[in-house]
Structures are given as C-alpha cells and as structure tokens.
Design a protein around this ligand. Structure first.
Ligand code: SF4
Ligand code: SF4
Length: 107
C-alpha cells in the first residue's frame, strides 16, 4: 500500500461550518472509465483519502476529505475524479444547522 504512513495518522477535520464532518457528503468519486491508477492522487492528498489496493485506486477515508478542496481534481492527469456540486453540499450543511438550531430551541 503506497499510503500506509498517511493511514496511520490521517489528518482529520472534525467539524466544518459548525457541523460534524461525518454528516457532510463531500468526497471524491473515481471515474474508472478515465482513471489509469497512476497513484498520483494518493501521493498528492495530505489527508490520506486515497489508497491503492491491488493496483487499483480506492477512496479509503472519504470523510477525511477537506470540504470544498478539489485540489486532486485539478492535478489528476485524466480528469478522473468527481465531486458533488458545492451548492448541494452547502444546502445539506444549512439543513443540518437548521435542525441543530431547532433541537436547541426545543430544549
Ligand atoms: S491521479 Fe487521476 S488517474 Fe491517477 S490514480 Fe488518481 S484519479 Fe486515477
Ligand atoms: S479534495 Fe483535497 S482533501 Fe479531498 S481528496 Fe482531494 S486533495 Fe484530498
């Protein structure tokens, strides 16, 4: 595994915009029609999101991904990474915050 050192102590962001990072659907999806498994993104991402398994790229730690980063998308030579639309993720974050506020108000 190329990324074994990073996996031991992955950099994690626990909250984003006041919301638990685990609740936010932001992470890369691999387009295997384009990806050539070069492994550049494994080396590039400092957050241990990617790894190689038997020569095939995997998204091993999706919730380690920095919300709205997309740096690996820009460096991938095959344009093989896909992310959710930012506005959909922002809407999700706003909805979670609204639910949090309601539960505090109802307390
Ligand atoms: S850099 Fe792009 S082509 Fe290379 S392994 Fe990552 S996603 Fe696939
Ligand atoms: S978007 Fe940033 S943090 Fe997320 S996998 Fe790509 S380089 Fe890593």
């Amino acid at each position: 595994m190329i990324n074994s050192d990073k996996n031991r102590i992955p950099k994690q962001i626990h909250r984003f915009m006041g919301v638990d990072r685990k609740d936010i659907d932001w992470f890369p999806i691999i387009d295997f029609n384009k990806c050539n498994n070069c492994g550049d993104c494994v080396q590039f991402c400092a957050h241990g999101v990617f790894n190689m398994e038997n020569g095939v790229l995997i998204v091993q730690n999706p919730k380690n991904c920095v919300v709205f980063c997309q740096a690996c998308l820009k460096m991938c030579p095959k344009d093989a990474l896909i992310f959710q639309e930012k506005k959909k993720v922002l809407a999700q974050i706003r909805q979670i915050k609204s639910q949090q506020k309601q539960s505090i108000d109802n307390y």
